[in-house]
Design a binder for this molecule. Structure first.
Ligand code: FAD
Length: 427
């Protein structure tokens, strides 16, 4: 039988899914999960919490209940790796040895990269739904908003769930239309990236959603600071693009945002916009202890082969999820396809296989359930090629359609698949 001490760093989506599978597939599993947090959250739920569909508690479980029975839980935080010695170090001063290592500590939220947030987040119109508490506060802000300028912001760099910053913009629009205040609101979506979505077919469909919802959309606008007292947000821009964007907004008859447009002032390479409500997705990166470790690549992510998920320099190390360098959109859905590949290849390696010749491959599958209204969702699914890869035969017409069946999948189906399938090593 395959033997060896397997240590999993991070008991989030990736860590729990891999550990559960290992415990099912190995006869005598020796699996330790190192995870500091007592609670585990289904993060895709934050979009629904911030649009008032569920309370945050609906998506939170205790970590202890989710750790597979046959796995050990070390409640500690990893601070460094010594891969030459097959050891890692923890915050409490332990040195933990391993034969095989799976690294998946997720993404770090870099709030510090936006100047002026300190002490202001979650009140006076400044919100972010990337945590449970933040999602709850966001809903409070959206529900109580009666009019003015509402900005929704996505950063230039990599984020988990590429669609999340726009989903909340769509849900806010829908809520405001239903409650009859949308006519008093000028809504904008400002994205640090050059396009709305990485996969072109879905980008086209989402551009139509933005138009239908009359959201004034701007690209290459990267939020760098806020003045919470004055309620002003400053974006780094390419000045040429700003002019073009402003022109195209005017060409659309000035109707794009609804309500009265905000005060905007242009500086050198910046534009400052006054707001009444600002929702932003924080800049993100691999956790600092990964960036500083020998496991990372130049961009700071754990460097693994994009097909086998085995480390490029340390063969007994694997990585998956948000902290890995896999060139696909960072989602739990991607991890659902990565976890079985890690487990398969790790067990092969334990049996002495050479993964360069004999491995199971991951092809970059990821998906993003884009809720566009209460009762509507568009399911974007694609892989490394960025071409659509629908799981289900299209129920209605094609995979770029927003449907109620998809909404049921988002609100009921996917959370159930997560808790009862993925985290149990079954789906
Ligand atoms: P995580 O699940 O974040 O887990 C990382 C774990 O590592 C955490 O438990 C953390 O405590 C632990 N950890 C951190 N540092 C250390 C350390 N030093 N030592 C030990 N442990 C450590 N995905 C979808 O598929 N569909 C969606 O609709 C969707 N929507 C989203 C909406 C929002 C608002 C957000 C925030 C995310 C969304 N996601 C969605 C993304 C999805 O939640 C993540 O991609 C996924 O959880 C990543 O899994 P992971 O295991 O890499 O990291």
């Amino acid at each position: 039988a395959e033997r060896g001490r397997i240590v999993v760093v991070g008991g989030g989506t990736g860590g729990l899914a891999v550990a559960a599978r290992l415990c099912r597939e190995l006869k005598e599993p020796d699996v330790t999960i190192i995870e500091p947090s007592e609670k585990h959250a289904y993060q895709p739920g934050w979009t629904l919490v911030s649009s008032g569909v569920f309370p945050k508690e609906h998506f939170i479980r205790s970590e202890g209940e989710l750790i597979p029975d046959k796995a050990k839980w070390l409640r500690d935080r990893v601070v460094g790796f010594l891969p030459e010695e097959n050891k890692l170090e923890t915050e409490s001063g332990r040195r933990v040895g391993y034969d095989y290592l799976v690294v998946c500590p997720g993404h770090q939220l870099d709030y510090g990269k936006i100047e002026g947030l300190d002490g202001h987040l979650g009140k006076n119109g400044l919100y972010s739904n990337y945590t449970g508490e933040g999602a709850e506060k966001t809903w409070e802000g959206i529900r109580n908003f009666r009019g003015g300028t509402a900005l929704f912001v996505e950063p230039a760099g990599p984020i988990k769930c590429g669609g999340a910053p726009q989903k909340i913009a769509y849900m806010a629009d829908s809520h405001w239309r239903r409650s009859g205040v949308r006519g008093n609101i000028y809504q904008m979506f400002l994205n640090g990236k050059p396009s709305i979505f990485s996969a072109p077919l879905y980008a086209e469909a989402l551009t139509e959603v933005m138009e239908r919802k009359e959201i004034d959309t701007r690209f290459k606008h990267n939020l760098v600071s806020v003045d919470a007292e004055k309620k002003e947000a400053t974006f780094a821009v390419d000045s040429e693009d700003t002019e073009q964007a402003e022109e195209s907004s005017r060409a659309a008859g000035g109707r794009r945002g609804v309500g009265a447009p905000p005060k905007m002032s242009r500086g050198e390479g910046t534009v400052t916009i006054s707001y009444d409500l600002l929702h932003f997705c924080p800049p993100q990166s691999a956790p600092d202890f990964i960036k500083e470790s020998p496991l990372s690549n130049d961009a700071g992510y754990v460097e693994v082969d994009k097909h086998t998920l085995q480390h490029t320099r340390y063969p007994n190390v694997f990585a998956l999820g948000d902290a890995s360098n896999l060139p696909t959109s960072k989602t739990g859905a991607a991890i659902r396809k990565q976890a079985p590949v890690v487990v398969h290849n790790l067990i092969k390696l334990m049996g002495g296989a050479d993964l360069k010749k004999d491995s199971e491959d991951y092809h970059g599958y990821t998906s993003c359930p884009l809720v566009t209204d209460y009762g509507k969702m568009l399911l974007a699914e694609f892989d490394y090629s960025l071409k659509p890869r629908p799981t289900f035969p299209p129920w209605e017409h094609d995979s770029t359609k927003e449907t109620y069946t998809n909404w049921l999948l988002k609100t009921q189906g996917l959370p159930n698949i997560y808790w009862h399938g993925m985290l149990k090593g079954l789906a």
